[in-house]
Design a protein around this ligand. Sequence first.
Ligand code: G1P
Length: 294
Amino acid sequence: MVTKAVIPVAGLGTRVLPASKSIPKEMLPVVDKPAIQLVIEEAIEAGIKEIILVTRSGKEAIENHFDKHYELEAELERKGSSKAAILDSVRNILPADVRICAVRQPDAKGLGHAIHCAAPFVGEEPFAVLLPDVLVDCRDTETHDLQRMISTFNQNGCTQVMVEKVAQEDISKYGIADCKYSPEAGNSCKVNGFIEKPDPAIAPSDLAVVGRYVFPARIMSLLADTQPGAGGEIQLTDAMDELRHEQSMQVYRMSGLTFDCGNKAGYVEAVLHYALRHPETKDATRKLINNLSD
Ligand code: G1P
């Protein structure tokens, strides 16, 4: 059973500077929640009970956000029922049965290295990986994508890699899957490999890796032996390639929506999308959009 998730949050956030100079990019607000909270809620909805953040110095705000804030809670409590809803939103960020811990990535040696830093906490269990730049919203679909990936892994034991179709001009921004056909949304199919950020002219498909994975524990021992690859960094894609030679691997085609908050336009789109769903902001946001488009 997959109950653990690794979330690497040690990145420098260079694509959203200067906003991310002194606060972690994962803490940038999407309406009234930091982006990382939406990612952790997605993991919890999928049944995850233990979350391992891979972090670095200067990113303590993320851990603090999921910790108890005694003074704030006491103050809100003292103010009584008028602040009850806010108190609830601060106090119950994590359900009681979910644990969160943080481990440091001492050197910026790449995504593969970051995930491997969580190995002592993952042990011999399968686990999910969620890259926090991308927000996944499945609220309008029948399927919760990460939950579906986990249940498919539980049934067939195959690594699951979430993908979505992207436009030609975006192909060079993502890992691209090499598979014989494109599965229907909500389904998985065998993948023959991935090419990291290819030139669209040689890309094997238009199915891009979104940043959600379900791995067997074996990936950790492969990562331990992975040599620096592209950019001199230990690449997750290289360890996945090794794993694919040992066991069958599948891509899962998502049915929800994605927002790439790792770049400025994607972040603005995410804020608008979530503002249109939030009961307190939806009407004003709709009005604003209508006025702007007039
Ligand atoms: C990483 C992965 C890439 C994936 C992307 C999704 O790249 O290496 O395969 O498509 O995340 O956001 P990064 O964006 O960290 O360069």
